[in-house]
Design a protein around this ligand. Sequence first.
Ligand code: FAD
Length: 501
Amino acid sequence: MQNNRIKKVVIAGGGTAGWLTAAALSRQLGGLIDIELVESDAIGTVGVGESTIPTICSFHALLGIDEAEFMRETQATFKLGIEFENWGRDGDRYVHGFGQLGKGNWMGEFHQFWLHAQSLGFGGDIGDYCLETQALNARKFATSEKPSLNYAYHLDATRYARYLRRRCEARDGARGVVRTEGKIRQVVTNRENGWIDSLVLENGAVVRGDLFIDCTGFRALLMGETLGCGFEDWNRWLPTDSAFAVQSELVGEARPNTRAIARSAGWRWQIPLQSRMGNGMVFCSDYQSDDAARAQFLAEIDGAPLFDPRLIRYRAGRRHKAWDKNCIALGLSSGFVEPLESTSIHLIMIGITRLMQLFPFDGITPGLRSRFNTLSRDELEKVRDFVVLHYKATQREDSEFWRYCKHMPVPDSLAERMDLFRESAQVHRTADELFRSDSWVQVMLGQHLQPQSYHPMGRLMSEAQLRQALQHLQGNINAAVARLPGHQQFIDHYCRAASPE
Ligand code: FAD
């Protein structure tokens, strides 16, 4: 073990990853360590990353964030799930809602009973039994009603980083974060052990630290360029590598969901904020040229674009290590599973939580590093499998891109899950996995991965009992949705009424 007691943490980069790390470390460990964040206004941030998943709510609670203030400051809207269009087949629509399917006292997994009802010719759509999906369809929302909704947010990425920064800088002395503006010119390492000693900025300033967090985005200046930590490429399973992004005027009311609309060589997103729409077009450069993607994208945007679309290139995959020597990569520097299920911000948050749990106050040990790396890899691979599922479980063969996706080999871990579901409607799931069984079921059924059989427990109820139970459940959900205000109406009341502006 090195004699390397951690007294000062240096965060390189001030995008969502950098400021989330600064906000959490200063709040939780601020009295025990000094924190300095270096960022460069000249370089800027990636500027996308505006759709989240429900785990953000508990992370915000950890940071002591007031929801109404956060909503105002980041122009946020609520999100109950993702609406997938054209994924299974062209013209299809299904919802991955954030709620539980068939909430109630079933003797096993709800979808087994629903499959039995289907075999008897009734039961409707599985989404009829999810409160969040039905609220999403009706564009309704509230935080205060019972039963409560499981939700996330759409947020303005630039405003979010600024908001977190203001919170960090506002803290009194000891717990605050020192922000240093400047471009990092050089990362200096120790000749003997290769550990990072300091960052040298373009103006000559030297920023020293004991532990360095690489939040420099796709550049991975510390972890990749300096420490030479390699990258495992997942392009063969996640073939998109480019995106155009642009904001546009909001037309109509903000929906409480992200839209993910499959296109000929990828998909496009719509992320509604209070005052504008976030749009993006994700595509694979092997199958579509930049010009063709840009033209297709612009032709399909609803409101007037607010500027020229920006082109972003990326590679799906992960760094071989999330923690190497005295450097930890968080955010895009550590890897990227393309944006389809909006998981990147969550992965940053879970990485920060893990860092706080394993924080090396008394020195960095091989055991701590190894544990951090194992947990990070496991987490990312499971998220990857879930995202790859959306591409693999397509029936589309109408373009070269979709033919490739349909026939591509997938990781064994995913192939096993798909086979298991196809054979028996069972969802293989391990204890601490981000996406619950209901998420897998919604996507697999939504994309026509039809099980050949289901668990016999589905047949334990008589047809009359099952029919009655499903009707009762649906009635309760419909009544709960009817009581909710409209999503836009709720936002107007909740966020704008108390706005200081
Ligand atoms: P960045 O935002 O790139 O920040 C890097 C920081 O490092 C900047 O402050 C920069 O100035 C600084 N920096 C870099 N080099 C230097 C240097 N030499 N000197 C000083 N400072 C430097 N995530 C989601 O959760 N939901 C989504 O819907 C979503 N959509 C996405 C869509 C696309 C097309 C892409 C590419 C990503 C998406 N993501 C999404 C991911 C999300 O954008 C990122 O996880 C998030 O923004 C965090 O980025 P970051 O902070 O790691 O990097």
